[in-house]
Design a binder for this molecule. Structure first.
Ligand code: C2E
Ligand code: CA
Ligand code: CA
Length: 263
């Protein structure tokens, strides 16, 4: 099948999948230097009856290109905020992160849906982090900046995702009230082999501190990498070393386990 045909098929199935909601969400812990799970990132999963499991790295860019992303973001918002409120009722206070793109920030309907869902589940905005993934261009920077300023004023945390690899990372820092910088996995995965990557990471952590942001290292796959990042004073670690993305139930088990380890 040609690439174009394949893409068309995925888009058709994606439209149908949105109608019948074929998606579910997993959570990956965000862990502090002293081994406390302080938050999770929500990650979408699509299991289609014809295609099987389709990776988000395949269907999210297509959804962005074909005007379907805001519908998926609304599903993620609903699910994440509902889960956050369920955890709060069990006295589990976690910050929950949702992936959004600048396309979502241009949609008034999506923004309204976000505020309404916070109200519906009585979740404090400070419990939410929006991880903003760069699309190639920020089409209406002023509108994005206004939306993000309002969200920040309400207490929502704002992260710039995949920092260091995108087209406009520094523009994000300059114009948006960013509170968290997520260093791209590309640097973290190479750091044990590459002194140069280590230097880049140290530099990005210093930059992040200088402008008052928290630094998150993602893609941490082993103890040695975690150790070096802690020595470099990174604030939060995320990666397979701690846990792969998993169910809400398993997150609760992991929290209990780490609490025991830390006692
Ligand atoms: P991301 O936001 O950078 O998310 C991190 C990705 O890295 C996730 O892949 C996660 O499973 C994976 N990962 C985490 N730790 C490790 C590790 O130690 N090693 C390795 N090799 N991988 C690790 P996933 O879930 O396949 O998502 C891929 C991308 O798709 C995400 O990258 C994000 O850009 C997008 N995405 C996922 N869920 C959503 C969503 O609900 N909405 C939107 N808009 N985008 C999403
Ligand atoms: Ca992310
Ligand atoms: Ca990322």
């Amino acid at each position: 099948m040609t690439k174009e045909l394949n893409e068309k098929l995925i888009i058709q199935l994606l439209e149908k999948a949105i109608e019948i909601n074929e998606f579910y969400f997993l959570y990956q812990p965000k862990v502090t230097k002293n081994n406390t799970i302080i938050g999770v990132e929500t990650l979408i999963r699509w299991n289609n009856s014809i295609l099987g499991n389709v990776a988000p790295s395949v269907f999210i860019p297509l959804a962005e290109r074909y005007g379907l992303i805001t519908k998926l973001t609304e599903l993620a918002i609903e699910q994440t905020i509902r889960q956050c409120s369920q955890w709060s009722k069990k006295q589990i206070n976690l910050n929950v992160a949702i992936n959004v793109s600048t396309i979502d920030l241009s949609s008034e309907k999506t923004i309204l849906h976000f505020y309404n869902t916070l109200n519906k589940f009585a979740v404090n905005p400070s419990q939410i982090t929006l991880e903003i993934t760069e699309t190639a261009m920020i089409e209406n920077r002023e509108q994005c900046a206004a939306v993000l300023a309002t969200m920040r004023a309400l207490g929502v945390n704002l992260a710039v995702d995949d920092f260091g690899t995108g087209h406009a990372s520094f523009i994000y820092l300059k114009y948006f009230p960013i509170t968290e910088i997520k260093l791209d996995q590309l640097f973290i995965k190479n750091m044990l082999q590459s002194n140069f990557d280590k230097k880049l990471i140290r530099g990005m952590i210093m930059l992040s501190k200088e402008i008052g942001c928290k630094t998150v290292a993602e893609g941490v796959e082993n103890y040695e990498t975690a150790q070096i990042l802690c020595e470099m004073d990174v604030d939060i670690l995320q990666g397979y070393f701690f846990s792969k993305p998993t169910t809400a139930e398993n997150i609760e088990k992991l929290i209990k386990k780490t609490e025991k380890e830390n006692a």
